[in-house]
Design a protein. Sequence first.
Length: 682
Amino acid sequence: MYNLKKTLLAVFILGLPFWLHAQTEKDSSRVLKEVILKGKPYQEVIPVQSLSGVVLDKLASHNVADALRYFAGTQIKDYGGVGGLKTVDVRNMGTHHVGVFYDGIQLGNAQNGVTDLGKYSLDDMESLTMYNGQKSEIFQSAKDFASASAIYLKTKRPVFVGDKKTNLLVRYKTMSINYHDPSFRWEQKLSEKVSMSVSSEYIKSNGQYKFRYKRKNLDGSTAYDTTATRWNSDIEALRFESGIYGKINNGSWDAKVYYYDSERGAPGAIVENKFRDGFRQFDKNFFGQVFLTKDVSEKYKFQLKGKFAYDYTHYIARDTTNVLGETVTEGVQSDDSYYQQETYFSAVNMYSILPTWDVSLSTDFQYNKLNATRRGIQTQFSFPTRYTALVSLATSYRYEGFKVLGNVLATRVIEEVKYNAKAPNKTEFTPALFLGYTPFKKYDFNLRAFAKRIFRMPTFNDLYYTMVGSSTLRPEYMNQYDVGFTYNFSVKESFLDKFSIQADGYYTYTKDKIVAAPTGNLFRWMMTNIGQVKGKGIETVVNLGTHIHKVNLDANLTYTYSQSQDFTKVSGLQMSSYGDQIPYTPWHSGSGILNAGYESWNFNYSFIYVGKRYNGNVNNIKVNEVQPWYTHDLAVQKSFIFKKYKLNAMVEVNNAFNQQYEVIYNYPMPGRTFKFIIGFEL
């Protein structure tokens, strides 16, 4: 019945745009008045990377997590399969220090602090942008100042050409691993100042794929070498979102609702020749958010944001044992349901003291509550509630080629719990300073540097999870320093159409890192503040473009060198991993995207390389090495025009050379897969 309801709902929402289009009458042409836009010179003083437009549309990626792999300095932790968890780490500072913003408002998870980027499709994305530190502006919410790095997911806004009032895109994707993905996006112009969009996507796959499992003993002899099938990686998911967009005098507003419903297998690790497990996860995620911005005068403008979110997660874990190649269920280890609520408000005020000097005051309030149903657990759940207030005072100043940004963020956290723990209250102040300088007016060459101190609150799991959490945990502090440059070369007398390069060197220091440490009983662990991590690295990004007759060529290349060492001490004594590279941090990594377009044809080649690193078994010894991996992806697209209609067809080959690799040790990734996409655009 559950699957039938999902199928009927998917059919209904896929058919909805056609019915609505049939009701739409053609609008008469109108003459619009000339609009003159004025703005202050904008100078980027913070390292930024972005994928948007044609590059993002042609990329052979399935979701946001796949696309973020092409940013320098990012590491995606992928636990394998279509339905596996996918999280992002920037500059090895930890997933919890990355703020992910969806249309300007942060995606939250107070329970474990992790955002699963595999849930977010690229179908509706206009751009993906990543900032180290924060954005190069002060007209933003206090939340935007509160992360060590930030990723912005910006969805498409309706754009209508001429007298057109309706845009419609219907797309169908399928893959060689029994994957089916129909979707649509419908945009409607309601008036000259108001438009709306509705989009939906339905994904179903059994997630099964072949992989080679090979392990060696310490003496170099082969322990395992076999070909197996990845089980319990299936997924059935439905995404639905709708937005309405409006314009007002000297401002704009929008409102959005988002719903995601999924049932998926949570594939486990392949250990001791065990290829099946019984982990299942059910998710229901809903949020509604609003946004308003207005220029009240030439000197003063304000911005308002609001959001309500409700998240439900049901997780089932069962013991399984292989008997003659078959899986036998031995019993339920855990059967837990979690219910999260979040309410968020933000107000931003910015005033221009001088044409070159701005100040802003941002105030945010956030409410988080976590309930749970935990079968088989005798101890009472703490039922935590968190109230967070953030206030940011920021300023920016420009003088000729020089620009400075500075801010101080004040955070006040008040917590309440029902059982088992004494909730801590915390107040923290964290500053940041950013400098930018353009030394030569003749050349587009920019120097930059920044220093930022930030912290992350312990999650509800860190503080209150039974037999693990500790209510005495302190926040985890992060200091980040960066020096870099961007140079856009003049291409007036060159065969190149564009050529730019940016490079940054950085240093990070984490104090009071929250780690799981053993107590007197090896079966009982506790979260404590004992970790210290020091990191340094270099990131480079090169963009270039040219054309040969009617063939347009573009390239995006990245390279990262990274070193992050563990300097943890316990009771003044060095841990055995003291000075070692932290788990899953490669010294070398890079990516490349090459795109060629000729009339209605498009060819895309992408490459990712991740060098040698060590798994989560702490010490940097030979047995813990994880070998380098790389993938090659190819995509060919052709567009067909029929009067007012457009048909797009694409063929993709992912992991073209069928490399057997693991992003996370013992979580094998798919080999070569073929993907077919067909889209109809009105």
